[in-house]
Design a protein around this ligand. Structure first.
Ligand SMILES: [Fe+2]
Ligand SMILES: [Fe+2]
Ligand SMILES: [Fe+2]
Length: 403
């Protein structure tokens, strides 16, 4: 199918921006502004169309390694997380399609031109894309760009000029100064405008793709989602494994298997929007916090609905907390509206969650888990037949393993 990578990037980068806000207290839309500034620099430097497309993808995803770095370091601290998020982010990028293989762009996106950065790389050894992202990122982190008074713009320009040859490559600084005097540039960076402007000026990236080629991209994002919290670092992985087992059991065709795999990978994409102070709270959640948690499936749908061709996937992923009796969320769907795949995702999600450790309880065994699942099926919350199938099929697998 024709896969619209721009829309896919838009969906994921927005979710990543929320996570970054939570971790580093940067202002909303950090990666969008970095992408917007980078695109302007790239165009001022007369990059080719294909270079512009790759620069756009890489600048939007430049901080994709943050959740993995956070998981490794237990707590995210801006300074400590710097090398880790570069290393993890670079590894992930191997699975994101670009027009040309571009090594080390993410790895070196915090290098200084004079070699005083994280990995002590200097001058031409730093890929030009990294040099551009570094300048865009630095001004966004150091200045409140979305709400900058016109009198302060000069300070940004002075900062860039002062650090020419030290932090920033001279050619990149010159390219930036070629448009930074324009009123429009600053207006585009406001909270209200940046998304729309980016939609308007961003390159359209589309690929002719098979479903199986989208799997590695979604596997990568699954890792990013899972590592948002130490309590869920295996959650989506576990669900994807079990969805595959059940797909084989039901004899689904290949396309449906791939789509279900992707839906399982991405079902909790919306968790990136939820602060870890809520996701990892050791005590009972208050009403506000529970309301917030419940929004994660809403955000999953909001993000996945942006991607053409993902209609089924978006539904199956985002319906995993709906219940047959209408007591689920966010749409309060009822049995008639919940297709088999959504029901299956719902049962597997509960199964997986109950077997995992949570801040307030230990993980349950298969037997204990099935007790809860069967009682939910009897209460008309979830599908009875699927509950029995999961008991048999997944239960069998566990018996096999243990004995
Ligand atoms: Fe970064
Ligand atoms: Fe950044
Ligand atoms: Fe969920």
């Amino acid at each position: 199918m024709n896969f619209n990578m721009s829309k896919c990037l838009e969906a994921f980068s927005l979710a990543l921006d929320f996570a970054e806000m939570d971790y580093l207290k940067v202002t909303m839309h950090h990666s969008r502004r970095v992408a917007y500034i980078s695109l302007n620099i790239g165009r001022a430097m007369n990059f080719s169309d294909e270079e512009i497309k790759d620069l756009y993808a890489l600048s939007l995803l430049h901080d994709n390694g943050l959740t993995l770095a956070g998981l490794k370091l237990k707590k995210l601290d801006l300074m400590e997380s710097l090398p880790e998020h570069c290393i993890e982010g670079e590894k992930n990028l191997k699975f994101i399609p670009l027009y040309k293989r571009r090594e080390n762009i993410i790895l070196y996106h915090h290098e200084n031109y004079d070699g005083t950065g994280l990995f002590k790389i200097s001058r031409e050894d730093i890929p030009i894309f990294s040099q551009i992202i570094h300048l865009a990122d630095s001004i966004d982190v150091n200045f409140n760009l979305p709400q900058l008074e016109s009198t302060k713009r000069i300070e940004v320009e002075q900062y860039v000029v002062r650090n020419k040859n030290e932090f920033f490559a001279p050619a990149v600084v010159d390219a930036f100064l070629s448009f930074s005097h324009k009123e429009r540039f600053w207006a585009d960076l406001s909270f209200y405008n940046v998304t729309e402007v980016l939609n308007r000026i961003a390159p359209q990236i589309t690929y002719e793709y098979l479903w199986e080629e989208i799997i590695p991209i979604s596997d990568t994002f699954m890792k990013i989602i899972d590592s948002k919290s130490k309590f869920t670092y295996r959650h989506s992985t576990g669900i994807t494994e079990k969805i595959e087992i059940m797909s084989d059991f039901y004899g689904f065709n290949t396309e449906k298997k791939f789509k279900l795999h992707i839906a399982a990978n991405l079902h909790d994409l919306g968790k990136l929007y939820i602060p870890n102070s809520i996701l990892e709270k050791p005590d009972k959640l208050d009403t506000f916090e529970f309301d917030e948690i419940k929004k994660h499936t809403y955000f999953t749908r909001l993000a996945l609905d942006k991607i053409p061709g993902f209609e089924d996937i978006s539904g199956w992923a985002a319906n995993h907390h709906e219940k047959l009796n209408g007591r689920g969320y966010p749409e309060s769907l009822t049995a008639e509206a919940l297709d088999f795949e959504s029901r299956l995702m719902g049962v597997i999600d509960i199964y997986q969650a109950l077997t995992e450790e949570r801040p307030y309880r230990k993980g349950l065994s298969h037997k204990e888990t099935m007790k809860t699942i069967h009682s939910m099926a009897n209460g008309d919350f979830i599908d009875n037949q699927i509950a029995r199938d999961v008991d048999n099929v997944i239960g069998d697998g566990i018996k096999d393993k243990d004995g």
